[in-house]
Design a protein around this ligand. Sequence first.
Ligand code: ADP
Ligand code: MG
Length: 391
Amino acid sequence: MNIHEYQAKQIFAKYGVPTPKGIMAESVEQAVTNAKELGGPIWVVKAQIHAGGRGLGGGVKLAKSIDEVRTLSEEILGMTLVTHQTGPEGKLVQKLYIEDGADIKDELYLGVVLDRAREMPVIMASTEGGMAIEDVAHDTPEKIIKVAVDPAIGFQGFHGRELVFGLGITDKVEQGKFIKLAAALYKLYLENDAEMIEINPLIKTGEGDFIALDGKMGFDDSALGRHPDIEAMRDISEEDADEREASEYGLSYVSLDGEIGCMVNGAGLAMGTMDTINYMGGTPANFLDVGGSANAQTVAKGFEIILKNPNVKAIFVNIFGGIVRCDRIANGILEATKLVDVHVPVIVRLDGTNAPEAAEILKKANIANVIAATDLADGAAKAVAAAKQAK
Ligand code: ADP
Ligand code: MG
């Protein structure tokens, strides 16, 4: 789960990570009131969406008067902000953050992410902070310092020294401030089951203070149960509507940009199915895992959600019956064709528990549009062919 910048900054404050003063606003009037309360003389009006790159997209702007705060708030609130992280459709701006303008001398980058290969959290830092950190990572990766911290020993002095020496921070007082901040960030990461924290830019002011000017945080969904305070920060309006609807029915759904809808059980089989579709020359339109408790209703719901995507030209149902029995899925498919207008070819491969019964059910029903497949390769090939034909 992701949270907004203003929420990330509330958490930073709890851990002693300095941030500029700011107040969230949901209307232009509120934005103006906030600006007056902050006092100025310089404010920053910032779009709050769950995506970065807002500055380059026109979602972060500097105001030098209350009038300017009003004009900029009118402009940004309600706009569809397109950044390199939102996709071409962009995101509607429903909240603003009005913040004190900071005195920027240097823009650095500081983050913590889980490095799966090293099986440890890694603190990443760079002197090249600001809006183009992705380019830095791509063109000059040596400018990003990575310090892995073994959770068994925690953040130690040598981790801090590795960071400040790597960044070329030579002033003793500044070194102390930076190390304290990095240690706090690591603590925040661990204590809240975060998946990633990013401060970009972390600025150095004219007075040698480090301040988090931006904040991004993602948390492990499976651990939210032990962090009710973080779960309360969820902003449903920022999440994909189809993915949310699917989760209400116990389905794991991720929308992608291809043309073949996939209905599978188990994440491993989902990955294998998507790979095989790619191998056969097609592209998956989604990832839908019906899980182990699938029944006719959930399968029907799955079809409904997949078919909402106008790019879907064929659906590949690839189920390996174990806990979920194939005859139930077959009945689900029959049910779905009654409840939903399944207007694209459905390629069905059912194997495992009660597969012969399932084949019998589908054969008897003899539904136009439903094509039987013998195995994964056959199913993927048929789905790719059907999608190509539909074009
Ligand atoms: P994003 O990363 O989504 O573009 P940021 O919060 O990093 O959004 O803002 C973009 C840029 O705007 C920053 O790199 C910084 O230069 C400037 N900026 C952001 N907040 C402030 C602030 N409070 N004072 C001065 N400049 C700011
Ligand atoms: Mg930023």
